[in-house]
Design a binder for this molecule. Structure first.
Ligand code: SF4
Length: 205
């Protein structure tokens, strides 16, 4: 999907300071991470933070000579300034933990899924949007993603109802070249999705 992004460092308008775009872990920051982030900002006199529509954030007004130390501190908190192509545009909705409509957990699921795919395909270059939603409301926009995962309930082999995902493929959000993803008819329990996507990416690579 052709999309702008804002990760990494950039000069501010006055060129005296710079900004830094940071990718969160599937749009979630725990209290300990937020607390450590605030301390890092205070230590480096960073006064401005802006949230983005992609569940990420920008730090603004950094002194240029503090940039390496700030980036090192962010990486120690598992916050990325140069996300790889599998993670760059991928998002997860609120999901089961906080949303009453959700049928599947999304945040931890997405993080584990991305880590597994990044380990399996370390040389992957083409940006790929994986959008995970806990229900068919589609708040992470799975219906215009390369790979859309939409939460559902499914019976596992023992007959027990478990959380899973419907698979949607080949969506795109790119001006007049946009198109809706197609449901491919495959519905998997959550634990089986990573293996399925590994096989899919193997065919695409
Ligand atoms: S897609 Fe469904 S589960 Fe996810 S935030 Fe929206 S309403 Fe909630």
């Amino acid at each position: 999907m052709a999309q702008r992004h804002h990760y990494g460092s950039f000069n501010s308008h006055n060129r005296k300071t710079c900004g830094l775009g940071i990718k969160t872990s599937s749009g979630k920051l725990g209290a300990e991470t937020v607390s450590a982030l605030i301390k890092l900002m205070e230590h480096h006199h960073i006064d401005f933070v802006r949230l983005t529509p992609t569940q990420d954030f920008l730090l603004l007004g950094l002194k240029k000579n503090s940039l390496p130390e700030v980036i090192e501190g962010l990486h120690a908190l598992d916050l990325q300034t140069a996300p790889g192509p599998l993670r760059l545009h991928s998002t997860a909705c609120t999901g089961l933990t906080y949303c009453k409509f959700a049928l599947s957990e999304t945040k931890e699921f997405t993080e584990q899924l991305l880590k597994r795919l990044e380990q399996r395909f370390p040389e992957w270059e083409k940006p790929l949007t994986i959008a995970v939603s806990g229900c068919s409301h589609g708040c992470s926009h799975p219906f215009v993603a390369d790979i859309g995962l939409v939460g559902c309930k499914i019976k596992d082999p023992s007959g027990e109802s478990v959380s899973g995902y419907d698979i949607y493929l080949r969506g795109r959000l790119n001006g007049t070249d946009s198109r809706f993803a197609e449901r491919n008819g495959i519905r998997l329990p959550s634990y089986a999705v990573a293996g399925y996507l590994e096989n899919l990416l193997e065919q695409l690579s």
